[in-house]
Design a protein around this ligand. Structure first.
Ligand code: PMP
Length: 397
C-alpha cells in the first residue's frame, strides 16, 4: 500500500480553529479567530458595489473563453493604480508587471517560486511573529527563512531596535518580507519615519523587498496605507508585491489577488515577467475570471469606486469604534491591566497580550475562540457579545 505510511498533517492553526468553532454547540459562542470582517450584526456581507458590478457582469459577459496567463488586464492595471497612485512613474514607464492571482496566498506562492527559480536570493527575512502561512509558503518553495524581531511584548509596540538589529544582518539580494499595513497578527505598523529608514536601509544594502499587502484601506485609508510601499518605491528600483482583495472587497471566496513585479526598466520587466508567466502556466495555467472582472468593473467606474470606498471606510471605522469600546468595556468589567494599546493598533487584528493558557481557558470555559498567540479579530466583536466577552476575559486574566 503506497498511502499506508503517510502520517496526518497538523491542522492549520487558523483554519482549524474555524472548523472547531463550527462544531461548537454552546449558543453563547464567540469567534475571534479567522480574519474575516464582520458587521455590527456579526455577518460578513457582500459589499453593495460588488453586488452591482456582479449583476452588470452577468448581463454583459459574452464568453467564458480562457483568460490569458496573467488574467484580466484592466484588473492588473487598476491594481497598479491602487498600489502606486494614478500616473506614478512606475506605471507610466511600464516597469511594473502584474498577474491576477488566486488571492494574496497565490501571489505569495508565485513570488516564492519566482525568487527560488530566477533570482540569486538564498534567504527570505520574515517578521516574528507573522501570519503562519508566510513561513509555510517559503518553506514549500525551498527558500531558507530567517526571522527578524518585530513585537515588543513589554510596550505592546514595535521592537524597532530588535528589528533594525536583525535586518542589519540581511545581505545584498536577500528578500525582506514586509506587511504593507495592518501587520498580521500584531496590528502594529512602522511610523512614516520608520518606513523611510527601512526603505533607505534596503536601498543601501540592496535587499529585494517583498510587500504583502492584504489590508489596504483598513488602517487609515487607501492612499495613506500605501505610504510604506511608496517610500520603498522611491529608493528601490526593484520590488515584488503580493496584493489581496479578500478583505477590502469582501470577496474571500472568489480568490482575488495580484502578483506585481517592479524592475529597473520596461525591457527587464518584460523578460522577468515572461518567467513569472511560465511559473503560473505550470501551477494553474490561468486564473478564474469572475472576481477579477468584478473588481475591474468597480475600479473603472467612478460611481462604483466611490461606493466601494465608502463601504470600505465604514468597515474601517466600525473596527476602530469596536477597539475603543472593547478597551472601555474591559475597564468597566474590572480589568486591572492597561489595554489602551489596543486602540493604537491597525486593521482587524489585535495582539491582546492574552497567553496561550488564557486563550485555552476562554475556549474551554466560555466558548470564545481566538488564536493561541493571543491574536483576536476585533471585527468579531459586536454590541451583542462585547459584554460577555469582556466579562469572560477578565475572569481568565
Ligand atoms: N497575507 C496576510 C498577511 C494575510 O493576513 C492573508 C489572509 N489572512 C493573506 C496574505 C492571504 O490572503 P488571501 O485570503 O487573499 O489568500
Amino acid at each position: 500500500m503506497f498511502f499506508e505510511p503517510i502520517t496526518a498533517a497538523p491542522a492549520d492553526p487558523i483554519l482549524g480553529l474555524g472548523e472547531a468553532f463550527k462544531a461548537e454547540t454552546r449558543p453563547e459562542k464567540v469567534n475571534l479567530g479567522i480574519g474575516i470582517y464582520k458587521n455590527a450584526q456579526g455577518e460578513t456581507p457582500i459589499p453593495q458595489a460588488v453586488k452591482t458590478a456582479e449583476s452588470r457582469l452577468l448581463t454583459e459577459e459574452k464568453t467564458k473563453n480562457y483568460l490569458t496567463i496573467d488574467g484580466v488586464a484592466a484588473y492588473n492595471h487598476a491594481t497598479q493604480i491602487l498600489l502606486f497612485g494614478e500616473n506614478h512613474e512606475i506605471i507610466t514607464s511600464h516597469r511594473a508587471k502584474t498577474a491576477q492571482s488566486l488571492g494574496g496566498t497565490g501571489a505569495l506562492r508565485i513570488a516564492a517560486e519566482f525568487i527560488k527559480r530566477q533570482t540569486q536570493a538564498q534567504t527570505v527575512w520574515i517578521s516574528s511573529p507573522t501570519w503562519p502561512n508566510h513561513d509555510a509558503i517559503f518553506q514549500a518553495a525551498g527558500i531558507q527563512i530567517r526571522h527578524y524581531r518585530y513585537y515588543d511584548a513589554a510596550s505592546h509596540g514595535l521592537d524597532w531596535t530588535g528589528l533594525t538589529e536583525d535586518l542589519s544582518q540581511a545581505k545584498q539580494g536577500d528578500v525582506v518580507l514586509l506587511h504593507g499595513c495592518c501587520h498580521n497578527p500584531t496590528g502594529i505598523d512602522p511610523t512614516p519615519e520608520q518606513w523611510d529608514a527601512l526603505a533607505q536601509m534596503s536601498a543601501q544594502v540592496g535587499w529585494l523587498p517583498l510587500f504583502d499587502f492584504a489590508y489596504q484601506g483598513f488602517a487609515r485609508g487607501l492612499e495613506e496605507d500605501a505610504y510604506g510601499l511608496r517610500s520603498f518605491a522611491k529608493l528601490n528600483r526593484e520590488l515584488l508585491l503580493a496584493s489581496s482583495y479578500s478583505k477590502n472587497f469582501g470577496m474571500y471566496n472568489e480568490r482575488v489577488g495580484a502578483f506585481t513585479l517592479v524592475a529597473d526598466n520596461e525591457e527587464v520587466a518584460n523578460r522577468a515577467f515572461s518567467q513569472v508567466k511560465s511559473i503560473i502556466r505550470t501551477l494553474y495555467s490561468n486564473p478564474a475570471s469572475h472576481g477579477g472582472s468584478t473588481i475591474a468593473l468597480i475600479l473603472q467606474d467612478a460611481d462604483l469606486k466611490a461606493q466601494w470606498i465608502a463601504e470600505l471606510d465604514e468597515m474601517r471605522e466600525r473596527i476602530h469604534a469596536m477597539r475603543q469600546k472593547f478597551v472601555a468595556t474591559l475597564k468597566a468589567c474590572g480589568a486591572k491591566q492597561d489595554f489602551d494599546f489596543i486602540i493604537q493598533q491597525n486593521g482587524m487584528f489585535s495582539f491582546s497580550g492574552l497567553t496561550a493558557e488564557q486563550v485555552d481557558r476562554l475556549r474551554d470555559e466560555f466558548a470564545i475562540y481566538a488564536v493561541r498567540s493571543g491574536r483576536i479579530n476585533v471585527a468579531g466583536i459586536t454590541d451583542d457579545n462585547i459584554q460577555y466577552l469582556c466579562e469572560s476575559i477578565v475572569k481568565v486574566l
